[in-house]
Ligand binder design. Structure first.
Ligand code: ADP
Ligand code: MG
Length: 277
């Protein structure tokens, strides 16, 4: 290649790079519509979460917050009727849930399910193994060392590793386990659906500490919550308010405080004159 064509390429790249770089490190949800059966729930939902940021979605019950989380994870009950989702530039919606997880998407469920007969240690090991390239094995000693370090951080008793996943766990134990999974899998984007529900204040602080420890330039976080309380401990960069299947207001962390003080009606009232036109 001649010098002039090389410099033309470099010139083109220097023009494109600022446009491409944000796409390459963003979870980009564009005009997503989804529902169950023929019932629409998410309606033209758009949101971009760059790595390094923590976004919170708040909203009344029944507005589609869990639907968003499950549609992103690829839950089979939800039908996508429109829109696109890109993880670091890669289209997500055509992929199976495990392929989405391998790309670095993690979902902490509102209601984690019980898996009798599968111990936490084995489950996590299988999950970590599934993320490795084919032919590579999880080294047992290193794995348990890392597992125990994370468990200590989350104040989870060592004897927990032998118990069946979520079987007979209290609400707080389940949520801590979800955070433990997240710490072991080191996702690029983590979506936490009402991880605070059912937690007492001590468990809430531990969950928040886990997330805060993971916070950094390599991770984008979406916290879905009904209450402001969790956001006292995990301070978000951006707060979105969801109503009727899409975002109706976005702002800084003061939006969450204002919601707590004035209730969700405040947002709908504020929007009413604009939507009537
Ligand atoms: P949120 O998490 O904001 O409370 P959801 O996404 O759970 O809201 O639910 C949005 C709407 O979809 C609600 O009206 C709910 O009743 C309905 N919905 C959710 N899951 C199902 C389901 N499995 N079958 C039928 N309707 C559902
Ligand atoms: Mg929900």
């Amino acid at each position: 290649m001649g010098d002039s064509s090389k410099s033309a390429l470099i010139f083109q790249y220097s023009l494109l790079a600022p446009l491409l770089t944000p796409l390459m490190s963003t979870l980009d949800i564009r005009h997503l519509s989804a529902g169950i059966g023929d019932r629409p729930i998410l309606k033209d939902f758009s949101l971009s979460i760059p790595k390094g940021e923590v976004h919170a979605i708040m909203g009344p019950n029944g507005t589609g917050k869990s639907t968003l989380a499950k549609a992103l994870a690829g839950h089979e009950d939800y039908t996508i009727t429109g829109g696109e989702v890109f993880l670091d530039g890669q289209p997500l919606l055509g992929l199976e849930p495990d392929a989405r997880a391998r790309l670095g998407l993690f979902l902490a469920f509102q209601y984690p399910c019980e898996i009798p007969g599968v111990s936490i240690a084995n489950f996590l090991r299988a999950a970590v193994q599934a993320r490795l390239p084919e032919g590579e094995e999880v080294a047992a000693t290193a794995y348990y060392k890392r597992l125990h370090e994370k468990m200590d951080l989350l104040k989870i008793d060592r004897k927990f590793t032998a118990r069946s996943l979520n079987e007979g766990f209290s609400g707080g134990e389940r949520k801590r386990c979800e955070i433990l999974q997240m710490m072991m899998l080191e996702p690029k984007y983590a979506i936490m659906d009402e991880t605070d529900s059912g937690l007492d204040i001590d468990a809430l602080k531990i969950v928040a500490q886990g997330v805060n420890l993971m916070r950094g330039p390599q991770l984008g976080v979406l916290i879905i919550t009904h209450y402001q309380r969790l956001l006292d401990y995990i301070v978000p960069d951006v707060v979105h308010v969801m109503g009727d299947g899409h975002i109706i207001k976005s702002g800084g962390k003061d939006v969450a405080l204002e919601l707590e003080a004035r209730g969700y009606d405040w947002v709908s009232q504020e929007l009413a004159p604009a939507t009537k036109q």
